[in-house]
Design a protein around this ligand. Structure first.
Ligand SMILES: [Zn+2]
Length: 247
């Protein structure tokens, strides 16, 4: 009995280690708390590193475990994971999924970096047609489309290239479009505390197009309005007109 308990203990330790390793890709906890002042330089060492490309993002242990799971999935689909074309598929899938969900290792602050500037500008700033690719959390199938983001500054502006990078942080996770829209708006608020923010996302979902209802041409449109974009009818109308406007 005692012997068996010790063995169980050892197994549990192993499991705990694996869990600790896995926690590196666990969803980052909800709201971003780190404060920022426009005149205070951000310490680069305080930010998580930004992974790039399709390099190995998982530890060897994690990758091996991931590959084994994909092999099992292939078998359950009725495939032979040992046939030539599938030999390296488990590794490719593991790396590809780690990359497609790399947003879990990033946050709004790592995305904006040094791109916050003090500026007295109190008109609407808008970036339209930001390409967006994400994975639906219900089917692990892609949804993709465009995001339109606008804000009215309150003493701080964002480098324009930072808005697409903010989109990436939250799109590269398992998502529903509604939450993604809100998280992007919230992130803009966190990093520059503007008077207001508006985000509109229009996207098509492969889980709708390829399976189930097979609605090939339907687009899902979501919006999130914060601050003056929610409270001021004129601002809201201007934003929605620009966001839905036709070139
Ligand atoms: Zn889905």
């Amino acid at each position: 009995m005692a012997k068996s308990n010790r063995r169980n203990g050892a197994r549990n330790d192993g499991a705990a280690r694996t869990a600790a390793e896995r926690s590196r890709i666990a969803p980052s906890p909800g709201p971003i708390k780190r404060p920022i002042a426009s005149d205070a330089p951000v310490d680069p060492s305080s930010r998580p590193p930004l992974p790039t490309g399709t390099a190995q993002l998982l530890s060897n242990v994690e990758e091996a475990e991931f590959e084994e799971t994909v092999r099992k999935q292939l078998q359950l689909m009725g495939e032979d994971p040992d046939r030539e074309g599938l030999l390296r598929t488990p590794q490719r899938v593991a790396r590809s999924l780690a990359w497609l969900t790399r947003g879990y290792r990033q946050d709004a602050w790592s995305a904006v970096g040094e791109g916050v500037f003090t500026e007295q500008h109190d008109h609407m700033v808008m970036v339209r047609d930001i390409e967006l690719y994400s994975l639906c959390e219900h089917h692990l199938l892609p949804f993709f489309g465009k995001a339109h983001i606008a804000y009215i500054p309150s003493g701080r502006i964002l480098g324009l290239s930072k808005l697409p990078r903010l989109v990436e942080v939250f799109a590269r996770r398992l998502q529903v479009q509604e939450r993604l829209t809100g998280q992007i708006a919230q992130a803009v608020c966190e990093v520059i505390q503007p008077r207001g923010v508006g985000v509109v996302i229009e996207a098509v979902h492969l889980c709708m197009m390829m399976r189930g209802v097979e609605k090939q041409n339907s687009k899902t449109i979501t919006s999130a309005l914060l601050g003056s974009f929610r409270d001021d009818a004129k601002t809201r109308d201007e934003f929605l007109r620009l966001a839905h406007g036709h070139e």
